[in-house]
Design a protein around this ligand. Structure first.
Ligand code: GRG
Length: 308
């Protein structure tokens, strides 16, 4: 039995989420002002602002706080992670990929601005994310060598050994449900979802001045919550479809898709997710102040128990 650190009784996750999300919202709004050519910046702002749970920037800021760093050191990375996540959603929603009309409760970027501008807004936001880290990570507080380490982490998490790799394997696995086993499924989840969560946590730890041992400990925490995030997503896909009966044509095709529940069943998938979250939280025993670990412990629980 793994022992996990306790969340202090006086910690309010609701307050933490509200305060952190509000700070991230302000920083994102300031990061990409409306400027010429307005079509580009407005399309970026349309998708970036006022939506999303902000899980990735929260992980970045919480990791920085846990290792005793100043939030200002990690905010540029936190914003960059949300920019990259958002651009991946813009591209994922395009007709050439998932062809979705709605995202975060409003029409998708390409529905409003057209496919061409949506592609370009995504490209601009990806490039800008790296610029934002390099330009705004405070050079007097974070060793520029460490900022280069962060840029390496983030670059790897996006490329062919990260998000893009996961999406490619997902695409080429489509319609081949009988050939896709748990190893391929795990590859897809670890790359499409966990890689960016890992880079979010690790960049926050690095910006906060963590030593190598602490960084690797937080990396293991992040990999586990990242995989759990996607196992829970697979579970929610099924349970919410049957609850709402709001199936679309696209969702019907998904019935052919390999998921954790389709391979392991709902109960076993739930156990897998619970074990991953317990293992993730146990990694935080390395840090001796449970009060400082509270946000990462609560975020792990939230990922397991979320309803959307
Ligand atoms: C070039 C970076 C790049 C991307 C192109 C399209 C693509 C390759 C990858 C798609 C990756 C993708 C859509 C992964 C799924 C990620 C995921 C778990 C989304 C849901 O995240 P939440 O629940 O969403 O955090 P909100 O809206 O709350 O932010």
């Amino acid at each position: 039995e793994l022992v996990v650190p306790e969340i202090p009784k006086d910690f309010s996750f609701d307050d933490y989420v509200k305060e952190t999300a509000a700070a991230v919202e302000v920083a994102l709004d300031e990061a990409i002002p409306v400027a010429y050519p307005e079509t580009a910046t407005e399309a970026m702002r349309y998708s970036l602002l006022g939506g999303g749970k902000r899980v990735r920037p929260m992980l970045t800021l919480a990791a920085c706080e846990l290792v005793g760093g100043d939030a200002a050191c990690a905010m540029p990375s936190a914003c960059a992670m949300e920019m990259i996540h958002t651009m991946s959603l813009i591209h994922d929603d395009l007709p050439a990929m998932d062809n979705d009309d709605f995202r975060r409760g409003k029409p998708t970027c390409h529905k409003v601005y057209g496919d061409d501008i949506a592609i370009l807004a995504g490209d601009a936001m990806l490039s800008y994310a790296f610029e934002h880290i390099a330009r705004h990570t405070p050079r007097d507080k974070v060793d520029p060598g460490r900022t280069l380490d962060i840029l390496c982490e983030v670059g790897k998490a996006v490329g062919a050994d990260g998000l893009v790799g996961g999406q490619v394997v997902d695409l080429i696995s489509e319609g081949k449900a009988e050939e896709v086993g748990i190893e391929t499924l795990q590859y897809i989840h670890e790359h499409k979802t966990a890689a960016l969560l890992e880079a979010s946590v690790v960049s926050g730890a690095m910006a906060g001045g963590a030593n190598d041992e602490a960084v690797e400990c937080l990396r293991r925490y992040a990999r586990r919550i990242g995989l759990a995030f996607q196992v829970v997503d697979d579970i929610l896909d099924i349970t919410q479809d049957t609850e709402t009966l709001g199936k679309t044509a696209g969702k019907d095709l998904d019935a052919e898709k390999t998921t954790y529940p389709s391979l392991l069943g709902l109960d076993e998938s739930r156990r897998v997710a619970e074990n991953l979250i317990t293992e993730a939280k146990a990694e935080l025993n390395y840090f001796d102040d449970p009060a400082k670990a509270a946000p990462l412990l609560a975020l792990a629980d939230y990922i397991l128990n979320r309803k959307n």
